[in-house]
Design a protein around this ligand. Structure first.
Ligand code: SF4
Length: 201
C-alpha cells in the first residue's frame, strides 16, 4: 500500500489530510482541536477504539447513536447527528487513486457524511487503503461489511462464515447502500484523519 500516493490523490480531490503514526496521536490532535463544539458521530469501530466519544465529550456536546441512553431512541439521536456543526465518521475503504467507499444499512452514517455540516472528519486507518476504486468496493463488500456484521452479532451468512459477502437477503443485512466519494462534496469542508495502524474492519 502506498500511503504517500493516497494522501496526494486525496488532496488532489480537495480533501484536507492529516497523517498520524498512531491512533493516540490522532486522538490527541482531535481532542485539542475542538472546544465547545456541537459534534455528531456516525458509527465507526475505529473511533470507538480511540475512545473519541468520551474524549471529545469532556469539552464539547457530542451526540452518538451508540450512546443514546435510555431516554432517546437510535432514530432520534441519529437525526440529531445530521444537524450538528461537525460530523465524525469513517469509511470502509479508500483507494490510492483518491476515492473512498462506504456501505450503510440505516443510512445515517452516509447521510451525515455528505451534507449539512460545516466540516466532516473521516477517521481512517491505513489498512483500509486499496490500489484502485474497484478493489476498494471489493474490500467494503467482502471484508468491512462481514467484519461489521460479525461485530454487531448479526445473523447474516457473512457473520456466521466470516469469509466473504453472500449478497444475502437476511433481515439483518447491513449492506443496503454503497456510496462512492469521488471527490470532496461542494460547500462542506472535509478532512481525512489517516492513521498508520490496523484499526476497524
Ligand atoms: S450483503 Fe449480507 S452477506 Fe453480504 S456483507 Fe452484507 S450482510 Fe453480509
Amino acid at each position: 500500500m502506498n500511503i504517500e500516493k493516497t494522501i496526494l490523490a486525496l488532496e488532489k480531490n480537495n480533501y484536507e489530510v492529516s497523517f498520524f503514526k498512531t491512533s493516540e496521536d490522532a486522538a490527541h490532535y482531535l481532542e485539542s482541536k475542538f472546544n465547545d463544539e456541537y459534534i455528531g458521530f456516525g458509527d465507526s469501530e475505529t473511533m470507538f477504539h480511540m475512545n473519541l466519544f468520551d474524549r471529545l465529550s469532556l469539552h464539547n456536546k457530542v451526540v452518538d447513536p451508540k450512546h443514546c441512553g435510555a431516554e432517546a431512541t437510535f432514530r432520534d439521536t441519529a437525526i440529531k447527528c445530521l444537524t450538528t456543526d461537525i460530523f465524525f465518521t469513517s469509511v470502509n475503504a479508500l483507494s490510492e487513486t483518491g476515492e473512498m467507499v462506504n456501505i450503510d444499512g440505516t443510512g445515517n452514517r452516509v447521510a451525515g457524511s455528505l451534507f449539512g455540516h460545516k466540516k466532516v472528519y473521516f477517521v481512517v486507518s491505513t489498512n483500509k487503503i486499496e490500489p484502485t476504486l474497484e478493489a476498494s468496493i471489493w474490500r467494503a463488500r467482502n471484508i468491512a461489511a462481514p467484519g461489521n456484521a460479525k461485530r454487531l452479532g448479526l445473523k447474516t451468512p457473512c457473520a456466521v462464515k466470516g469469509d466473504r459477502c453472500y449478497n444475502c437477503s437476511s433481515p439483518d443485512r447491513i449492506c443496503n447502500g454503497l456510496l462512492i466519494y469521488y471527490k470532496k462534496m461542494n460547500n462542506t469542508d472535509m478532512e481525512i484523519v489517516l492513521i498508520d495502524e490496523k484499526l476497524g474492519f
